[in-house]
Design a protein around this ligand. Structure first.
Ligand code: SAM
Length: 300
């Protein structure tokens, strides 16, 4: 029997997602798509986990609401669409555990519903369609959302007393999140930090490029290295691996910018470099991500 698959893709990333499909899933054929929602025919189910989408899974097909049975989560493709109060209520009261098959009702258009399912894994968010659980945060940048979503998805232990070296920290969205959790943060960036971040006594600004950091510049213990530097991933990884070799953090949270197509092609090599350095890795496209992915790694 022919198997179909779905993927939910942030609109800014669709061209990169299509490139990924062409490069890594050439056997799969596009079946139906609307902006943000794609279905494909064929291929090997176990291997359908594209990186450039928030969520992927098996596509059961279009569904008539009268044939739908709870439990399910419900997601809508655009803000303009309205899920009925009944569907919203069922979705709000549904909770899937890791290892269970999550069922997702996808409202793709007016009176157009599709059903999908996927195994809920360790790095999945507990939100329908892997949308952000955050709204209207007053922060100097979008990076607040990115680090908060990574922390939630992978249960990262950013808490009081945890020391974070944050590379590319200006203007300070991610620092704000980390400081709110009680972390001590060393922000490294030649650009200016937002004054509200500089007010935290637990924040230190190293106003220089990260390439200039040496063993002598950081004497504190470092638990995590976080990076959001807007340089090519190959450059960021080379420097992060240099820093981690003497700082020995327990983990890394790296936002890798994929602004050019070739950066996507470099990802596989980057992942093996970080694995070889002794880390266990997750690569995840977070709800607030644009052309970027988070590489989250723990020393194994
Ligand atoms: C996307 S912004 C970071 C946003 C930031 N993480 C936040 O939470 O607001 C990218 C940052 O990388 C910094 N950057 C670029 N090259 C750098 C380098 N060689 N060393 C340190 N920072 C650098 C830029 O100055 C810029 O502030």
């Amino acid at each position: 029997m022919t198997q179909y698959f779905f993927a939910l893709v942030n609109p800014e990333v669709e061209s990169l997602f299509k490139l990924e499909m062409k490069l890594y899933y050439p056997q799969m054929k596009l079946a139906y798509s609307r902006s943000g929602f794609f279905t494909f025919k064929g291929g090997d189910e176990k291997k359908f986990q594209p990186l450039m989408c928030r969520l992927s899974g098996r596509c059961i097909g279009k569904i008539d609401l009268k044939d739908l049975k709870a439990p399910f989560w419900a997601w809508k493709r655009t803000e303009e669409l309205n899920l009925s109060p009944e569907l919203t209520q069922i979705s709000d009261n549904t909770w899937f555990k890791i290892g269970e098959t999550a069922r997702l009702l996808m409202m793709v258009g007016e009176n157009e519903y599709w059903l999908g399912e996927y195994e809920l894994e360790e790095d999945h968010l507990q939100t329908p369609g892997e949308v952000s659980f955050l709204k209207d945060i007053d922060s100097p940048s979008r990076a607040y959302y990115k680090i908060a979503e990574a922390a939630e998805a992978l249960n990262l232990d950013f808490a009081e007393g945890v020391r974070v070296l944050e590379l590319g920290s200006a203007p300070g969205g991610a620092s704000q999140f980390l400081l709110e959790q009680g972390c001590e943060v060393i922000g490294v960036d030649p650009a200016l930090m937002d004054p509200k971040i500089l007010k935290y006594p637990r924040f230190k600004h190293f106003k220089a490029p990260f390439e200039s950091l040496t063993e002598r510049s950081i004497r504190d213990r470092i638990d995590w290295i976080v990076s959001d530097i807007n340089l090519p991933p190959t450059v960021v990884i080379k420097e992060v691996l240099r820093l981690e070799s003497f700082l020995q953090p327990k983990g890394l949270v790296l936002t890798l910018k994929l602004n050019q197509d070739k950066h996507l092609e470099h990802l596989g090599k980057i992942i093996s470099q970080v694995e070889k350095a002794g880390f266990r890795i997750f690569v995840k496209h977070l709800p607030t991500h644009r052309k970027e992915v988070a590489l989250i790694a723990w020393r194994s």
